[in-house]
Design a protein around this ligand. Structure first.
Ligand SMILES: [Zn+2]
Length: 371
């Protein structure tokens, strides 16, 4: 009788329509290459702007001044990134790294340039000895993106990377083909005629840099992929904030932040309108390194440039309550990004790498957002 009952239950279970699986959590990592905390928290830096102008030209005549200048740093950052500051950080998330409030975020690697910075974010700790150049060498270690893809049982389309810098082909995955990676001037295939046209156009509209395409293409391809394949793990890596700075084009740096703010608005609005993302998606927004602090060295970074280890990190997650800028807390590190993403995804970060830095959530009770 007991066996008959079991068989009846098994038959009943087999005949029932499958329950609609609850959409799983999604995590989105976003980086802005070499984005200084000085601009993120203070907007237009008048000393930097003055230093790059030809002698004699009044600062007030500069387009960037008219576009981004305001009296207070709160007003200036609001002008630079109105959605980020006015909506995202006000109502949905928080950000660490404003050193004037006693909030510091730093990289732990000793190099203070791109590949080691991204590797620290994606691996959960620095590997200073074997990750020490920007050459496109395959990442020697599995990344957090690959870990989440495996643990989440995701297809390569559901764990995707869109990057402006072509070296991300090597950085993002230890095992080539584990993820969807579209980086540099790589063509992007889409059934959308508009996106297919943009894929052809990216090489007809080159930047001044051979290895970095315009962020606009990176964003458009990512949005097309997001809507079509519904990834649960997505990484958007923007590059222009770094490259325009190396070229000394402060006006273009500021415009890159401004455009990024528009991308963020579009991304957030879309996520919020989709049942499988709304309320279950976490965003971590950060940078791979800082830059020099003043008008003499703001263009540069690397271990000899004071301040180039200083970064910032923003969190938008149903898991975290703080809103606005953090103040007065133990220093955070770029290495904590990996474990934070894993925790948001509902997995145990220690099974990724027990020696990785712990998630930022471990101190999530401590921040005191300024009122
Ligand atoms: Zn960089």
């Amino acid at each position: 009788m007991r066996y008959l009952g079991v068989i009846v239950l098994m038959v009943a279970a087999a005949l029932m329509p499958p329950l609609a699986a609850a959409p799983s959590r999604a995590v989105i990592l976003i980086t802005l290459d070499g984005a200084r905390h000085q601009e993120v928290f203070g907007g237009f830096d008048v000393e930097v702007a003055r230093a790059r102008l030809e002698t004699g030209q009044p600062l007030e005549d500069a387009t960037a001044y008219r576009r981004y200048w305001a009296e207070t740093r709160e007003e200036r950052r609001q002008k630079l990134m109105p959605f980020f500051w006015g909506t995202l950080m006000r109502h949905h998330g928080s950000i660490a790294g404003d050193r004037s409030l006693g909030s510091a975020v730093s990289v732990t690697n000793r190099h203070w340039f791109s590949y080691p910075g991204y590797a620290e974010i994606l691996l959960g700790r620095a590997h200073d000895e074997d990750i020490n150049s920007n050459e496109p060498h395959r990442n020697p270690y599995p990344t957090v993106l690959e870990f989440l893809q495996t643990r989440g049982g995701l297809t390569a389309s559901q764990a995707a990377v869109f990057a402006s810098w072509n070296v991300f082909d090597a950085i993002a995955e230890h095992r080539a083909g584990a993820l969807t990676v579209n980086a540099g001037y790589e063509p992007f295939e889409s059934p959308s005629p508009d996106i297919a046209r943009q894929s052809r156009q990216q090489s007809e509209t080159p930047t001044p840099w051979d290895s970095v395409r315009h962020d606009a293409y990176t964003f458009r391809f990512a949005m097309d992929h997001l809507a079509r394949y519904r990834p649960r793990v997505l990484y958007l890596a923007f590059g222009e904030t770094d490259d325009w700075a190396h070229d000394g084009r402060y006006d273009r740096v500021l415009d890159a932040y401004s455009r990024f703010d528009g991308y963020l608005r579009e991304l957030w609005t879309w996520l919020d309108s989709q049942a499988d993302y709304q309320g279950r998606t976490s965003l971590l927004i950060t940078t791979d390194h800082g830059r020099g602090r003043g008008p003499a060295d703001w263009k540069d970074h690397g271990s000899r440039v004071a301040g180039a280890n200083e970064t910032w990190m923003a969190f938008v997650s149903p898991e975290m309550r703080p809103r606005g800028p953090w103040s007065t807390h133990p220093e955070l590190h770029a290495s904590q990004a990996a474990a934070t993403l894993i925790t948001w995804f509902g997995e145990d970060w220690r099974t990724f790498d027990a020696a990785a830095a712990p998630p930022v959530e471990a101190v999530a009770g401590q921040p005191h957002p300024r009122r």
